[in-house]
Design a protein around this ligand. Structure first.
Ligand code: 5GP
Ligand code: ZN
Length: 118
């Protein structure tokens, strides 16, 4: 089930190109087009779920796979010294693309978590 107006459904369908990190029958991982860290990729379910409000225990295996793959994919992308995982949900969660996605961010530089000086 896909949403014809959804940009990540179009990426899943190959209608919009992306730099692929990993793909199987259930999930796709690809590099973020506007990275917030030296390595920044997204993991999405192929199924169009809007966000975590749209997921429930029916999706336990799918959600488990998304997180279960993170460590392996992070290592494959060179993130051997830690990384951040973020899932933005809804307006207050500052979600911009309304197809569930897990951000994985890291890299050789310290990953900023807000404004910091010195
Ligand atoms: P959100 O704020 O919804 O959690 O983040 C959406 C993310 O998707 C942003 O980091 C944005 O850069 C990324 N993004 C939006 N459109 C595209 C696209 O067409 N291709 C890729 N690779 N990333 C995208
Ligand atoms: Zn979608």
């Amino acid at each position: 089930m896909s949403d014809p107006n959804c940009i990540f459904c179009k990426i899943v369908a190959g209608q919009i190109p992306s730099r692929k990190v990993y793909e199987d029958d259930d999930i796709l991982a690809f590099h973020d087009i506007n990275p917030a860290a030296p390595v920044h990729f997204l993991i999405v379910p192929k199924l169009h779920l809007v966000n975590l409000y749209d997921a429930d225990m029916k999706h336990q295996a799918l959600l488990g796979k998304m997180l279960g793959m993170v460590g392996q994919l992070a290592r494959e992308q060179g993130l051997n010294d830690g990384f951040r995982v973020v899932v933005n949900n809804g307006r207050v969660g500052r979600q911009e693309v309304y197809h569930l996605h897990v951000h994985v961010m890291g890299g050789p530089e310290p990953v900023s978590s807000g404004s910091r000086s010195g």
